[in-house]
Design a protein around this ligand. Structure first.
Ligand code: P1T
Length: 386
């Protein structure tokens, strides 16, 4: 049951529950055991059952890697200790002097990794508007080797047409990385649209319960996968077996959770769009949203993240501290609803850069609670301004 090829006929929900997770052959355990052993016995030197040492490979991690690769319809899957560790291992594919084009709206930590960790080592980067492929073609720099895009973006939820970016990048000899954290493989599978590498903060929707930090890389190319597998082991930013188990457990309900996240987000958007205290609502389903057409083309539904601007920063800071069910906290993608102020929290590291976010912006991670309760909670916080 662990072999991906045997599973390719199964639907998404079936793969989420079963791929990589056959009953344990020795005990019959339906839930794969958490394999805590750091090392594995060998019958003779180099003669083992597929595992030698848990940094290089671990049965619980293998189960997770097989499962998520299957969900992304990817030939290869690699799990990491965090989303940023996964990103860092992708950056290691580059050679000194290779340029990264980073979308001008992205998670602040990704911006920090590329601009503050890798750039000083001789890896130039440029922030670009990825919503218009013609502008991108005109601005393209010849040393570009990697285009790094999020869709939907964090925190403005702009959607980027993966296919048109991939066509341009491939014609000019660059790889395309898509951060699929906000969409998840349930809503969007970037490799189908020509992306070379998919990256996840598994900490978010994949885990889904705010109790595990993890990262994931999925890709088809054998050579690139081999290189990333090498640095996964050589640099060692691997997740613990217990974390892999938590991710596998969370992923079983990914489809159910995402359907509810999307439905609840729609209820919240309906409130925000009609509320006089709100300046602008950012949600990919709205017809005037940047990249709505790209979202409609490549996503199954529009996701559980909603952002909006108030009229002033003071109003935004007031709202984020006056909700009860929406907890003021960083992170996203779990069962409970969260609210935050990106300018001062998740994206503070982008202040003064091309990725700086509006100071009146509020970001919601809409959870799976009763939608009426979520709407009422936001409404009472917003009504303070009318
Ligand atoms: O936190 P970590 O698992 O290392 O993942 C980093 C990361 C990567 N990509 C995207 C799109 C992300 O949103 C994140 C982490 N983001 C938050 C913690 C946040 O609140 O936006």
């Amino acid at each position: 049951m662990g072999e991906l090829d045997e599973q390719s006929g199964w639907g998404f929900e079936t793969r989420a529950v079963h791929v990589g997770q056959a009953p344990d052959p020795t005990s019959g355990a339906v839930v794969p055991p958490i394999s805590l052993s750091t090392t594995f016995a060998q019958d003779g030197v180099g003669n083992h059952k597929g595992f030698e040492y848990s940094r290089s490979g671990n049965p619980t991690r293998s189960a997770l890697e097989t499962c998520v690769a299957s969900l992304e319809r990817a030939a290869h899957g690699l799990a990491f200790a965090s989303g940023l560790a996964a990103e860092d291992n992708i950056m290691r594919l580059l050679k000194q002097g290779d340029r990264v084009l980073l979308g001008n709206d992205a998670y602040g930590g990704t911006f920090r990794l590329i601009s503050k960790v890798w750039s000083p080592l001789g890896f130039p980067w440029t922030a670009v508007d990825l919503t218009n492929v013609d502008t991108l073609a005109a601005q393209w720099l010849p040393d570009t080797r990697l285009v790094w895009l999020e869709t939907p973006t964090n925190p403005l939820l702009t959607c980027i047409d993966i296919e048109s970016i991939a066509e341009l990048a491939h014609a000019r000899g660059a790889l395309v990385v898509v951060d699929n954290t906000f969409a998840t493989p349930y809503l969007q599978q970037p490799l189908r649209f020509g992306a070379d590498i998919v990256v996840h903060s598994a900490t978010k929707y994949l885990g889904g319960h705010s109790d595990v930090v993890g990262g994931f890389v999925a890709l088809d190319d054998d050579d690139l996968a081999e290189q990333i597998r090498f640095t996964q082991n050589a640099a060692g930013a691997v997740p613990a077996p217990f974390d892999c188990y938590l991710l596998l457990r969370g992923i079983k309900t990914l489809a159910l959770r995402m359907d509810r996240h999307c439905a609840n987000a729609r209820a919240v958007v309906d409130l925000l769009v009609g509320h006089p205290a709100v300046d602008r609502v950012l949600y990919p389903q709205l017809p005037d949203h940047p990249g709505h057409a790209a979202a409609a083309k490549q996503m199954r539904d529009f996701g559980g993240m909603v952002s909006f601007t108030m009229r002033t920063e003071a109003a935004a800071l007031d709202v984020v501290t006056h909700t009860e069910l929406f907890t003021l906290a960083e992170s996203l993608g779990a069962v409970e609803s969260l609210i935050e102020h990106p300018g001062r929290m998740t994206h503070a590291s982008a202040a003064g850069s091309p990725l700086e976010v509006p100071d009146s912006l509020v970001r919601l991670s809409v959870g799976i609670e009763s939608s009426a309760d979520l709407v009422a909670d936001l409404e009472q916080a917003l009504d303070r301004f009318v």
